[in-house]
Design a protein around this ligand. Structure first.
Ligand code: GLA
Length: 409
């Protein structure tokens, strides 16, 4: 097995726990916000090629508690890293170390640079999305924090703009040249529906999740070295292929504009590796459109086949899988109750998802836990995707029932 990530211990975070943590740290009352993680049913690495994706949100969240200060300091405590950082809004310094605080600084810096004047604030951040697991813990943190900082400064912005600013924080400040999918679905998803998103026009359709199937997400427990470098290099390869093909194919703005037949005609312009990268993107865009139609027809069997075909293409042509992800996907699809399985997110480790007959969920969970657990040496972290809200205010804290009065009316 590759580098082992620490086991993700299940934690329950809710409005009460994040509120109480804030009160302990800062001794006053906060406002509470949260943003979900995302799981991409199909459409791997198509977003930064102006293509199509079909994500939904997970039922796991990043939580932010916040209260304004009178100066220009953000004093931020991360529960997950047990670490407090002070950020001077007038002098935000980039460290380029990819640590959690860079995402906070990136969001604050991009919001201010785009003309949204922020105020200083005390902030507590917590969350239950596995870090670096392919479920958008980063985009979820960006969105929850951006929403909280803007609310604290009395600024309202359009959700689409919020998503774009968060994406800029990640590309320009943190240095991961990600697409728009994660931030967009987190900002605009609808409860229990998938979002068929055109990443060029940002038009989307909201499609109901299938009634008879559930999404099960399982963490391989490993992450591989240099995932950021590998992610950015895939994007560079796509750009290189577009540059090479552009002289032969007029109006080729991105791989989204390419059809499979045309790619075959022009393959001599590319070496084998670039050709396979293109074949993945072009075929994956078609699979997303087919998956969306299958979802609309309620055809979970075909949807599952497309999901597994996506994994094969990501493994063989795009080469972003790894031994652990392949082993996990094999175990998943060996269950007769599983319609299809694939890696999720950037790849090179992290989670895989499978689409499971909802009446047989327990059998699949048991089999995957035992069989993958044997490979990993411990039970893997698992999550059954549930409906979730987009980024916004967190639910109100449930107050205990008032004590019953003994007095007779
Ligand atoms: C990461 C990025 C997304 C997308 C996926 C792969 O999650 O943040 O923009 O490219 O990888 O589909």
């Amino acid at each position: 097995m590759g580098d082992q990530r620490a086991a993700t211990t299940p934690v329950t975070i809710d409005s009460r726990s994040i509120h109480d943590e804030f009160v302990i740290r800062f001794g006053r009352q906060p406002k509470l916000f949260r943003a979900p993680g995302r799981v991409n049913i199909i459409g791997g690495h198509t977003d930064y090629n102006d293509g199509f994706v079909l994500p939904t949100t997970t039922g796991l969240y990043t939580w932010v508690a916040i209260a304004p200060r009178t100066d220009r300091t953000l004093r931020v405590f991360s529960c997950r890293f047990d670490s407090m950082e002070d950020i001077d809004l007038d002098q935000i310094k980039r460290l380029d170390d990819g640590q959690w605080c860079e995402y906070v600084k990136g969001v604050a810096s991009v919001l201010e640079a785009s003309g949204h004047s922020l105020c200083g604030a005390d902030v507590v951040i917590d969350g239950d999305i596995p870090l670096g697991g392919g479920l958008s813990s980063s985009a979820s943190l960006e969105a929850a924090l951006a929403f909280a900082l803007l609310d604290c400064a009395g600024v309202t912005i359009d959700r689409g703009e919020l998503a774009q600013l968060c994406q800029r924080a990640e590309t320009e400040f943190v240095g991961v040249r990600c697409g728009i999918m994660d931030q967009y679905v987190i900002a605009r998803c609808t409860n229990n529906r998938a979002m068929m998103l055109d990443c060029r026009s940002l038009e989307f359709q909201s499609v109901a999740m299938p009634a008879g199937a559930r999404l099960l997400v399982v963490d391989t427990g490993v992450s591989h070295r240099l995932p950021v470098g590998d992610y950015n290099s895939r994007r560079e390869e796509c750009e290189q292929a577009v540059a090479l093909l552009a002289s032969k194919i007029p109006r080729l703005g991105a791989l989204r504009d390419l059809e499979l037949e045309r790619l075959e005609d022009e393959k001599k312009a590319l070496d084998d590796q670039l050709y396979r990268r293109c074949r993945h993107i072009v075929s994956e865009n078609q699979r997303v459109k087919d998956a969306c139609s299958a979802l609309q027809r309620g055809d979970v069997v075909h949807l599952g086949e497309l999901v597994t075909a996506s994994h094969v293409s990501l493994r063989d042509d795009y080469e972003i899988s790894c031994a652990e992800l392949d082993a996990l996907v094999e175990i998943m699809i060996s269950c007769p109750e599983v319609y299809g399985a694939r890696l999720v997110g950037g790849g090179f480790g992290g989670c895989a998802l499978c689409l499971v007959d909802s009446t047989q969920l327990e059998q699949v969970i048991d089999k995957v836990r035992i069989e993958y657990g044997e490979l990993l040496g411990r039970p893997p972290w698992m999550h059954v995707v549930t409906a979730s809200d987009p980024v916004g205010p967190a639910p109100a804290i449930e107050l205990p029932d008032p004590p019953q009065s003994d007095a007779n009316p």
